[in-house]
Design a protein around this ligand. Sequence first.
Ligand SMILES: Nc1ncnc2c1ncn2[C@@H]1O[C@H](COP(=O)(O)OP(=O)(O)OP(=O)(O)O)[C@@H](O)[C@H]1O
Ligand SMILES: [Mg+2]
Length: 329
Amino acid sequence: MTSHAPTARSSPDGSPPDVALVVDHLTKRFGERVAYDDVSFTVGYGEVFGFLGPNGAGKTTMVRTLGTLLAPTSGSATVAGIPLSPETGSDIRARISIMPESPGLYLRLTVAENLECFASLYGIRDVRDRVAKALEAVNLSDRADDLCRSLSKGLRQRVALARALLNDPAVLFLDEPTSGLDPVATRDVYDLITALRDRGVTIFLTTHRLEEAERLCHRVAILNTKLLLIGRPDELRERLFTRAVEVRTRVPLSDPRAVFGRLEQVEGWEQSASSTYELHVTDPDVAAPDIARALVAAEADVLSLVESRHSLEDVYLELVDGDVEARRR
Ligand SMILES: Nc1ncnc2c1ncn2[C@@H]1O[C@H](COP(=O)(O)OP(=O)(O)OP(=O)(O)O)[C@@H](O)[C@H]1O
Ligand SMILES: [Mg+2]
């Protein structure tokens, strides 16, 4: 991914940076059950922020809290520049949008009628123009007169995304936008989110699809009731795993210790398959040329020599499994 996390804009007068979301020690309990506990983070304007976590981690509850549909038990938050409180709910709602897990459309109305209906509820003035723009943004202009009942799940999801765009939100909350979609519809939604990201829309996206977070988000937070980790996907991988170079040879090396053991850059190594070796290094860019030279000197038939990359899935499983283990103790 080539994206860079947009930084929070600083005000010229040195006042606190202009951030889209500030969540400060927020906790939500339902009776004895804790949905999320003591969670703090900030999201800058223009940032796509992924909120990752397993089922029941508290993701939807956080969206509902920041979307003013639920009051937190303790802690504080600022949403689109407005402090969250019972009095500010309608001001916040005017500046944000939520696309919930299920689209919730009127199936007996057409696509355009649905959007017009919601646009009127939002008090939008130039309804027709806004509906046309929202449909255009999700590539649905040609389906405006179709009944929602006749649309596939993926298309309904797109209508829900169009609805969320009607009020030109300062912060867009997407709660598992691709849940239940097939790979083609999923890719379409990714393209739409990428287009919104490129336009600088601030997006808070919950998901348990790791490749989704990796592909779309500038930063991700991993939640399992408590916030476990937060950062850019590449940062998280680096923080949790040592870096490594993977070497594959056509046949197993006769004496791998003689080849790898002398290299200063190689801190350790293991044979992960009969002719595949994982070498732990500090910096693959520095180590790889030395490794290549040592292999050539040993007359090895090298098939590949690559940095072995951990996926966000590795990070996630390491954290969430570790967390489950810790709780069992
Ligand atoms: N209205 C409610 N009343 C009681 N408990 C609730 C309520 N809403 C959520 N919870 C509980 O809070 C916890 C977090 O639920 P939440 O829906 O936020 O999880 P999630 O991360 O969105 O999960 P999923 O990935 O399954 O959508 C769960 O234990 C859930 O049962
Ligand atoms: Mg949920």
